[in-house]
Design a protein around this ligand. Structure first.
Ligand code: TXA
Ligand code: MG
Length: 332
């Protein structure tokens, strides 16, 4: 199969619609990362996504819908706080988990009785979802465990020959995946941090919990159990408070003949002396936006990537640090 990258226009959208209707998968842009979408009503189509990505079949998918889609067709028991949050932040990088009505294929939620729903704000995503007119189950469009794609070229790098069509909407503005929020309880609980922060949620909902996965437990969000977002090179993660450690790791690996790079905030570059670096930007938002392209650049050109990150501010940095800790985790 040859994989084509196409700008989003009436012609490519019609082609995408045909592929989806015939049970295939199409990669499309969102404001966070690129998704690999298929018809959420079709078990065969949804299973196809797991096969294409090599994704473990106990890690559920998010259903994507356009802004005017009535989600009460798919989910039940939408609490008042969730309605307020949807009004404040949707369309946007916030995925909300509700009790499922069981209308989509059971493969989407991997047998859970809940369903994760997302309304992306990216104009290209909206056009695609509206044109198709179906709820689209979509994980990030990367090979399972690899770095998520934030450009059409990244998708091609991972899925060349495995899918027919990549809708090209340019570089993703957000850069890290949506916040996943459990809306099945009294108060919302963050399952995966992202660009809609705990503070933003608490401001609207009055309260917001954070779920922390304890290794060995049955995770409330199965995706939390896996190593993820990882470049194909040796990795390490240090906070800026551990600068000395990061630098000696660099020097030690360089001495061993490895090509080493430090991925860090632009402000931290001056602390590195002559050492190679890939700057992420100044603000947490810039760092999120550039994170995955930096990891992909690192794996292409270097043997060892050392991430050096600012202290966690509990805002967007939380999401950036979460992704980096998974990218730099040991094999699981
Ligand atoms: O920004 C995003 O969310 C991107 C774009 C493409 O929309 N999608 C994405 O999908 O990151 P994926 O499959 O890479 O991550 C989905 C996450 C996983 O951590 C999964 O465990 C969680 O959402 N999830 C999905 N359904 C769930 C459910 N019913 N209950 C709890 N967690 C769920
Ligand atoms: Mg993913």
């Amino acid at each position: 199969m040859t994989t084509e990258i196409c700008k989003i226009d009436a012609f490519s959208l019609e082609r995408a619609k045909k592929i989806i209707e015939s049970g295939g998968a199409v990669a499309f842009p969102t404001e966070t990362v690129y998704g690999l979408g298929a018809n959420a009503f079709s078990t065969e189509a949804v299973n196809g996504i797991f096969t294409i990505k090599g994704r473990p079949n106990n890690n559920p998918l998010i259903v994507h819908v356009h802004r005017d889609y009535d989600i009460s067709a798919l989910v039940d028991e939408i609490p008042d706080y969730a309605k307020k949050l949807a009004k404040a932040y949707l369309p946007g990088p916030l995925t909300m988990v509700y009790k499922s009505k069981g209308k989509v294929s059971p493969s989407v939620s991997c047998g859970l009785d809940t369903l994760a729903v997302r309304v992306p704000s990216h104009e290209g995503a909206q056009r695609f979802l509206r044109c198709v007119g179906l709820p689209i189950a979509a994980p990030s469009a990367n090979i399972s465990k690899h770095v998520s794609p934030t450009s059409a070229e990244h998708v091609l790098g991972d899925l060349n020959g495995r899918i027919e069509l990549i809708l090209d909407g340019g570089k993703c503005e957000g850069g890290i995946e949506s916040t996943v929020l459990d809306c099945t309880g009294e108060v919302p609980v963050i399952l995966r941090s992202g660009l809609v922060t705990r503070q933003m949620i608490a401001n609207v909902a009055g309260d917001c919990g954070v779920y922390t996965y304890i290794k060995g437990e049955r995770a409330r969000s199965p995706g939390l159990m896996y190593k993820h977002y990882s470049p194909n090179c040796e990795t390490a993660l240090f906070s800026e408070g551990e600068l000395e450690k990061a630098l000696s790791r660099y020097d030690e690996r360089a001495k061993a003949g490895k090509r080493v790079v430090i991925i860090c905030g632009t402000e931290a570059v001056r602390l590195l002396g002559e050492r190679q670096n890939i700057p992420l930007g100044k603000t947490p938002s810039e760092m999120a936006k550039n994170l995955y392209s930096a990891l992909r650049e690192a794996e292409k050109q270097f043997d060892v990537a050392i991430a050096l990150v600012p202290e966690n501010d509990g805002g967007i940095m939380e999401g950036v640090i979460n992704r980096l800790s998974k990218a730099c985790a040991g094999e699981e």
